[in-house]
Design a protein around this ligand. Structure first.
Ligand SMILES: Nc1ncnc2c1ncn2[C@@H]1O[C@H](COP(=O)(O)OP(=O)(O)OP(=O)(O)O)[C@@H](O)[C@H]1O
Length: 418
């Protein structure tokens, strides 16, 4: 009986179990982070795009492009501009009769040399080469051999984008890529590397030889201001149905994102989440009040993304500061205003860090290394550092204040415990 009734209902032409038309979004892909906008939608990066293009320009004549390193805080358009310039370069080179290709590697995903070389080889390979690149099961050396053969056989120029290059376990692949030509492994194809990092000190860790060959040109992308974030979002407002997005939403989201980090990813996330909140509430329009809730969600996501693939010690250091912040400001007492919480001196953070290492059964890093890790977190606005003068007896010292909500940090760190 039930089946029959259900069947009849299912067959009627007005089954309202599913929503057939999204009432809020009409083209939601525009708000997906992986979406690569067209030129008209890239805002405030003309200069950076021009400089990058200039660095790789020789490639369109089949000559060696400069190797570049792009630095900047998260969400400043580094990956976007690198991919955009590479895509245009391949098109222009083709018009000039030069076979060009680019490969994109997310080094937070492909952290080992083998994974990275496999990704490059499989992304530039085509059926014509009749070379097989298995997902796994062959040695790193064999992946390289096959990669060099593909490059020689098919291309005049190859650009390799290594995003989050600092997440690579070591410099081995950089060494190989930078020396492929001179070592005679690849004779007919020029290789250019675009490294991307949000660790401003990354270069200091590089092997000297790799550094001199890979850092021919360096660019630093600044954070966006509210006006630019406004434009970036406005250029994608056709993700929403006509008339659904209330006028105050984008300016509010832009103001929030600019005040905190100038991060376009976060701004776009806020906009998408505000739409999803409207959907979930069955609201007819996306209202300004949804932006505040959306921001909280975007903040958690942003933090999760920031520490994705970070080293255990980088997380222990953060955990130490979080423990101190929570002790100082017990559950629920945290306020958004960072200046209401006191900072903690490096030595205090280090003491707690040592305890955490003991619990985790890990050896401790030196105080100097921990200081560097704290600096890296400060660059990404996870924490803030302030210098204090302790008087003649004490000398000056640094204090660290967590800028993220310590409860969010604690929860996200707990998810990623190895
Ligand atoms: N100038 C811009 N115009 C339009 N969209 C932008 C712009 N800059 C960034 N975006 C968008 O913001 C998001 C984040 O940008 P992107 O991934 O390039 O940042 P990133 O600097 O590489 O950050 P991360 O270091 O976290 O990887 C993407 O969806 C991108 O399309």
């Amino acid at each position: 009986m039930f089946h029959r009734k259900h069947g009849v209902q299912g067959m009627s032409d007005s089954d309202d179990l599913f929503i057939r038309e999204d009432p809020i979004f009409v083209n939601k892909e525009l708000l997906e982070i992986s979406h690569l906008p067209d030129e008209g939608r890239i805002v405030g990066r003309d200069e950076e795009i021009g400089q990058l293009a200039n660095a790789v320009n020789p490639a369109i004549f089949g000559q060696s492009p400069s190797n570049v390193l792009i630095y900047g805080k998260t969400g400043t358009g580094k990956s976007l501009c690198a991919k955009y310039v590479s895509r245009r370069l391949v098109g222009t080179a083709e018009e000039e009769g030069v076979d060009a290709v680019f490969a994109y590697v997310d080094c937070a995903q492909d952290t080992t040399e083998t994974q990275a070389v496999q990704t490059i080889a499989s992304s530039v390979n085509t059926e014509e080469t009749e070379i097989y690149i298995p997902d796994k099961g062959i040695s790193t050396a064999t992946y390289y051999k096959r990669l060099w053969r593909i490059l020689d056989q098919k291309y005049d120029v190859t650009l390799i984008i290594l995003d989050e290059i600092d997440k690579l376990e070591d410099d081995a692949i950089l060494m190989q890529l930078s020396r492929a030509g001179e070592a005679g492994k690849v004779t007919d194809c020029k290789i250019g590397v675009m490294g991307i990092s949000n660790k401003i000190k990354y270069k200091d860790r590089m092997d000297e030889r790799v550094k001199s060959s890979l850092c021919e040109r360096e660019f630093v992308f600044p954070p966006y201001n509210a006006g630019q974030l406004n434009e970036i979002m406005a250029a994608r407002n056709d993700a929403f149905r006509n008339g659904v997005l209330e006028d105050a939403v984008i300016p509010r989201a832009a103001a929030l994102a600019a005040r905190e980090h100038g991060d376009a990813r976060k701004a776009i996330d806020i906009l998408r989440y505000a739409g999803e909140i409207a959907q979930a509430k069955g609201a007819e329009t996306v209202r300004e009040e949804f932006v505040v809730q959306a921001r909280e969600r975007a903040e958690v996501d942003r933090f999760r993304e920031l520490i994705r693939g970070s080293t255990p010690h980088s997380r222990y250091v953060l955990q130490a500061l979080t423990v101190l912040s929570l002790e100082h400001n017990p559950e629920g007492a945290y306020s958004d205003a960072a200046d209401e919480t006191d900072g903690f001196r490096t030595t205090r953070v280090y003491d707690v860090y040592e305890q955490i290492c003991r619990q985790e059964g890990a050896d401790t890093l030196s105080l100097r290394r921990v200081r560097d890790l704290l600096k890296e977190h400060a660059f990404l606005d996870i924490l803030e550092q302030s210098r204090h003068s302790g008087g003649s007896a004490e000398g000056s010292y640094t204090e660290h204040t967590l800028l993220e909500d310590p409860e969010v940090v604690r929860d996200v760190l707990a998810e990623t415990v190895s």
